[in-house]
Design a protein. Structure first.
Length: 403
């Protein structure tokens, strides 16, 4: 593939993820306005978003399997429409069940149709092996940039026009992924010879993967990653409020996380070409545990939240390129969208508990202290569980190929 085809593919996939992840990662800013408008309570609102975390993960292997058979365009278009309808209908919901349907089911499933496993899986099927790791990091960086853009914009619209107008603005933004989808191409291509044989069926490939200890280690690490990210993206605005700081601090912190993770995603994607990806995962998860411990000991000022956001941002979604890269390295790219989607399902099971238990913790104790402690423990375990993964040292490219 030459650069004329490589960059349009990668840029369009990155732009789609920018929108779907930017919108999704900004929903924590709506927790307090939704609670105030509906009177349903923080636990109910948190539960609806927790269901959304779970559904976002569950939708990805389903849509991934459909992509592996039918192609990309229809999947992303369906997802865009589901996101837009879910967000647009949310202001009309006055019950917990209604929020579960709009934010927990429609919006979340639609975001899953335009997320990591779909976009990275689709791109990997069209890219040579040596370009996949960096492409995954670049696409992943789009999601980070989306958080940088959508968090402050959403907060600004909430402050100026109210949360309903902000929700409808996000719904309209989701529709912009539709024209971008057509730039990705519709039909998946067969895997190169070096990958898993094309004759293997999807069910056979799933069975082989789940018999592999390394695949289970990736699931375990991603579970804890989901717990961590979902807790923070849902409840960081609440933590800011408990510290007596204005809502703009939480929006700025979320934006800083997003912009810092662009460097993290691109850096990890580049490093994955030269170093073992399991060791990158070890250091990313370990850095999170240290960062949270330091945050708990620091004075809770706006600057503390900004520095915390910057450090976390470097690791925020930096787990995605090496995890996707390891799945492709272990099992090939023919069914990467499905196999990586299944790891993201485990990620979002953790995400469900992170979002939901955060609401229960603050409702029961008045703070998030025990959630922070759990976050440190799980981040440490995630670092360790990646070490047993079987992965050879990457071999340098031949001089002729590098020329």
């Amino acid at each position: 593939m030459d650069k004329r085809n490589y960059w349009p593919l990668v840029l369009c996939a990155s732009a789609i993820l920018m929108i779907t992840m930017g919108v999704r990662q900004s929903l924590g800013l709506f927790v307090s306005p939704l609670n105030t408008a509906t009177g349903l309570g923080i636990v109910t609102v948190s539960f609806a978003l927790a269901v959304g975390q779970f559904v976002w993960g569950a939708a990805q292997p389903i849509f991934g399997a459909l992509l592996d058979r039918a192609g990309t365009v229809r999947i992303i278009v369906i997802g865009a429409l589901m996101m837009a309808v879910g967000l647009a209908a949310t202001p009309f919901m006055s019950s917990g069940f209604g929020l579960v349907v709009t934010l927990g089911l429609l919006m979340a499933a639609g975001a899953g149709a335009g997320s990591f496993s779909i976009l990275i899986g689709s791109a990997a099927q069209r890219l040579p092996v040596e370009k996949r790791a960096f492409a995954s990091g670049f696409i992943n960086a789009g999601g980070s940039f989306g958080q940088f853009v959508f968090a402050p914009v959403s907060q600004a619209v909430i402050a100026a026009f109210g949360w309903v107008s902000a929700m409808w603005t996000l719904a309209a933004a989701c529709l912009a992924t539709i024209p971008l989808a057509f730039k990705l191409g519709n039909k998946p291509k067969a895997a190169p010879v070096a990958d898993a044989p094309a004759e293997i069926t999807l069910n056979e490939q799933i069975r082989v993967a789940f018999q592999d200890r390394s695949y289970w280690c990736l699931h375990a690490g991603f579970f804890t990653c989901g717990f961590h990210i979902s807790f923070l993206v849902t409840h960081l605005p609440g933590e800011v409020g408990l510290c007596g700081l204005p809502a703009t601090v939480s929006a700025s912190a979320l934006a800083i996380i997003g912009i810092a993770n662009i460097a993290g995603s691109l850096g990890v994607g580049w490093l994955a070409q030269k170093h073992r990806m399991k060791m990158l995962l070890f250091f990313v998860y370990g850095t999170r545990a240290v960062a949270i411990a330091v945050f708990l000991m620091a004075p809770k000022t706006a600057l503390t939240f900004y520095v915390f956001g910057a450090v976390l941002g470097v690791t925020w979604l930096a787990t995605v390129p090496p995890t996707a890269g390891l799945v492709g390295k272990l099992f090939g790219t023919r069914y990467l969208a499905t196999l990586f989607g299944l790891t993201l399902f485990s990620h979002q099971i953790g995400g469900f508990f992170g979002a939901w238990l955060g609401g229960i913790a603050v409702d029961s104790t008045g703070n998030y202290q025990w959630m922070w402690y759990a976050d440190i423990a799980l981040s440490s375990l995630a670092a360790l569980v990646n070490l047993p993964i079987r992965e050879a040292h990457p071999r340098p490219a031949p001089a002729a190929a590098a020329a």
